[in-house]
Design a protein around this ligand. Sequence first.
Ligand SMILES: Nc1ncnc2c1ncn2[C@@H]1O[C@H](COP(=O)(O)OP(=O)(O)OP(=O)(O)O)[C@@H](O)[C@H]1O
Ligand SMILES: [Mg+2]
Length: 158
Amino acid sequence: MQFQISDSDAMHDFGQRLGQALVGGDIVVLDGPLGAGKTTLVQGIGLGLDVAGSITSPTFVVSRIHRAGERGIGLIHVDAYRLKTATDLLDMEVDDQPNSVLVLEWGRPFVEALSSRWLDVSIARDDYGSDEDPASGQRTLVINSHGPDWDHVLKALS
Ligand SMILES: Nc1ncnc2c1ncn2[C@@H]1O[C@H](COP(=O)(O)OP(=O)(O)OP(=O)(O)O)[C@@H](O)[C@H]1O
Ligand SMILES: [Mg+2]
């Protein structure tokens, strides 16, 4: 499934709809180049999940945990960019949290060691904006589901 995302607000809204459709135990693998909108998307997911705390890139901390709000679902936000093996993720037991959604930025090489069920989200920059605002411009978001029971999520997005 593919979606064109015209601006930052649209990315945030898309994340919110995704977050609303996710439940505890779901895993989302996310990648995209610098400034693609990964953090913007996860901020929307956090809003949809109604988790506590502001969401920023977890680059320097590897993992950030956001406590559950009204929906009773937390968010574990991991940046796996610098990881070499899945061992650290397994040691952190991020895969064993039935009451949290796990978002794994750059997690594709490791996710199969954690689960056979995940949603793969890839963001591409279609252009590199204008001179005045190099960050602007449409993004293409490609979603591939792995394993069972993603239909309701995909339906919520379309
Ligand atoms: N269509 C769009 N989708 C998402 N973000 C957009 C879009 N157009 C412009 N932007 C802007 O692009 C920037 C995306 O930044 P963001 O921090 O979300 O990216 P990132 O992928 O997390 O980057 P990094 O790799 O540095 O962590 C924001 O400033 C946002 O306002
Ligand atoms: Mg980021």
